[in-house]
Design a binder for this molecule. Structure first.
Ligand SMILES: Cc1cc2nc3c(=O)[nH]c(=O)nc-3n(C[C@H](O)[C@H](O)[C@H](O)COP(=O)(O)O)c2cc1C
Length: 147
């Protein structure tokens, strides 16, 4: 068992999953879907990551709901991984609040663009085409290595 867990929700194009899978090439990581995470005891992990695409300017609602149910211990380090059409610091604020209310802080955040064909963007062939690209995936590996 690894000391890093990542709960990953990646429904649009699998962009976030691609990033998380790349991280798992650099370090041993236990990766969970939300369904798997509901059954999981996270108490022995040193690092717990929440990974998601951005949907309506927020991490997935299901990720937020799940985070609310976990009883973190004070030594655990919580981090975020997300992909989105356009980077915006506010994307993570809801999860930050949930974690803060539990007496912890987000210690690290990785973000990069992810191919986005949501709504009107579909008509123009999508935005952030080709992302995550090789550079994004390289940055993801560096991030997890330096966690
Ligand atoms: C329903 C929906 C809403 C989205 N809303 C936003 C948004 O508010 N801001 C943004 O930057 N990207 C938005 N996106 C784009 C996704 O965040 C982006 O494509 C991301 O890489 C998807 O990750 P995934 O493939 O792991 O699901 C949205 C995509 C969908 C499908």
């Amino acid at each position: 068992m690894s000391n890093i867990a990542i709960i990953c929700h990646s429904t649009h194009h699998g962009n976030t999953k691609k990033v998380v899978d790349e991280m798992a090439k650099a370090r041993e990581i236990d990766i969970f879907t939300i369904t798997q995470a509901k059954e999981q005891d996270f108490s022995s992990y040193e690092y717990i990551g929440f990974a998601s695409g951005i949907y309506y300017q927020s991490l997935s609602k299901d990720i937020l709901k799940l985070a609310q149910t976990i009883n973190f211990n004070e030594n655990q380090k919580i981090f975020i991984v997300y992909t989105c059409g356009a980077i915006n610091k506010k994307n993570t604020s809801k999860l930050e609040r949930i974690i803060n209310d539990k007496g912890l802080n987000i210690t690290d955040t990785f973000s990069c663009k992810g191919y986005d064909t949501f709504g009107p963007f579909k008509l123009i062939g999508g935005i952030a085409k080709g992302h995550p690209n090789a550079k994004d995936l390289d940055n993801a590996k560096t991030f997890i290595t330096n966690l």
